[in-house]
Design a binder for this molecule. Sequence first.
Ligand SMILES: Nc1ncnc2c1ncn2[C@@H]1O[C@H](COP(=O)(O)OP(=O)(O)OP(=O)(O)O)[C@@H](O)[C@H]1O
Ligand SMILES: [Mg+2]
Length: 663
Amino acid sequence: MRIPAQACAQMLDAHPDAHWLIDEMGVLTHANRAALRLMGSPAGDILGVHIDHLVADGPEHCAAVLRQGRRSTVPTPARLRLRTSGGDELPCRCEIALLSPAAEGVPSQLWCRLLPQRLGNSQFEVLNHQIAALRLEVGRRQAAESEMRQQREWLQAVLLGIAEGVVATDLDGCVLLMNPAAADLTGWTLAQSLRRPINALVRLTDESDLDTAEDPVGCILRGSGSGRDQRRLRLVARDGTEHLVQASASALLDEGGQLCGAVLVLRSIDEEVRAELKRRALEHQLRQAQKMEAIGTLAGGVAHDFNNVIGSVIANAALARMELPTDHTAQQPLLQIHRAGDRARALVRQILAFSRQDPQRRERHWLQPLVEEAVGLLRGTLPARVRLEVQCVVKPVHALVDAMQFQQVVMNLCTNAWHALSAGGGDVTVALDLEPACASQGPMARLRVTDDGCGMDEATRERIFEPFFTTKPTGEGTGLGLSVVHGIVAEHQGSLQAESSPGQGSTFTVRLPALVDDMQTTPDLVPPPSELALEESSSGGNERHVAYVDDDESMRNVIERLLRRKGYRVSSYESAELALAALELPATSWDVVVTDFNMPRTSGLDLARELRRLRPMLPVVITSGYVTDELQQGSEALGHTRLLNKEDCFECIGSLLAEVLGA
Ligand SMILES: Nc1ncnc2c1ncn2[C@@H]1O[C@H](COP(=O)(O)OP(=O)(O)OP(=O)(O)O)[C@@H](O)[C@H]1O
Ligand SMILES: [Mg+2]
């Protein structure tokens, strides 16, 4: 196609390089603006001039270049030395080609591009500008790349470090990224999860039932929900373990704001839930402890009065039985009254034993009564289908224990045994005996609690002493029972052992260092006789004089009558003041004083102190419905003073006076 010379000239004018158009004879027909600038000549001076005159290479060279140009429409390289208007020679590389062949009388036309080898100042400037711009661009890109790298590293560090699991997916829900926390939670590594559907790896179900929960990532990708509400869900890991998590999903958008994937954030709340359960368990324990404290206070408060009442009932029933012929029809009902009174007395004793509020105090204790008391208290709460049996060796077993804590051990083990029985009931046996000394240890008091309940598998057995470990439904067990037992046994330098297998029942064995040197010692308090036998003997008193001080009139009457039956002379006083006033009378001569502890104004202990001052050798017996530590220590400090439980008064006072008076 022939390009009109005019159009071609206009196009070349816009080009930054120098261009000539030359006819087939070698005459310059057009020089663009850059060419005019390069040669330094106006168009009028050079157009229509043969190029021989415009270059310094000579006619042969020019002719050769023109021939080369005419041969091809593809530009070929050549060299020319331009003559500038200033007379300088400017070496140029040039490209020359046939632009249009001769046709219809119009001569052929050549095109030549001139690229000077020595650059002019202005071109240097342009070039410098371009280089500077390039440098700026390179710098900007480097900065942007380094910022992106930093952001990537920062993101990487955040994803590695955060406790929340993060999983990112593409539009199809296939995993693109998974941080280590998510890998820990799900059990899948990043390598295993890449490009796999998130639903196959992150299985979320509802917290309470096992239905699959609405999938948060799916909601985002389908555009059917925000997925941001932090729902509590259950996450089933690869190995089947379950975690409670809070899950939220959000959309990933590309640069154009188009949805390109989703990101799922999983926060494990196992610890929070465990802490919450612990808190509730502790609250429950605290409430129980407060209830026990309240019962303790109440029991301590009423015990004295209650024991007076029971003592009086028992004593009067016993007296009436003594005064009636043995075949009298009233003997049987009186015996029933006596027995009921005895049961009430035992109950008060148990409540007092459990409500004792002393801090841990280890003393020598005869363990059998402690076991009996604890079991007796528990027995009242057991359903009839549970048989609870106690097997204690006859010989007393003593150990250095805190009585309340020891009984707590018995209670906790028995309660667990009871709970392990099936709904149909079963047997629980509590056994106490003495293990003789062996090479490795001294003699041990051994307490065994055995049940024929559900038993435990090994996994459970390994964890039972952990605080808060329980297999009971939430809210039913605190999981503290055995930890408390373990703690108490350890404090007592003992050992605790559990033997059990599923369906075979369990045996818990507690061993505590036994005290063998003092096995036969009489317990501190005079023990009540086990039988409801009546001390019929009317002798033994030998007319010795007993002063009996008690603000309770019925007790005064009963004890007076009883002691008189035993051959004592008795003077009764309703207060310590009256007794002390009588002591000052010259005719007064007492062999022993028996006084109630709890009296208005002056207590029995105060009276004993005063008597010790006035008559240092006069023996004193203090009776009390509730023997506190303070009373025990106070009486020990005085010397010549004995303590007697008020409710045992009737049965024991005869033998105690005989002992004190050396009869
Ligand atoms: N005699 C037993 N037979 C079978 N399992 C037992 C027995 N004793 C304890 N366990 C197991 O040990 C777990 C922990 O016992 P622990 O007494 O510490 O707490 P708990 O009984 O669950 O709760 P709490 O004592 O507050 O009622 C029990 O949940 C039970 O699984
Ligand atoms: Mg328990």
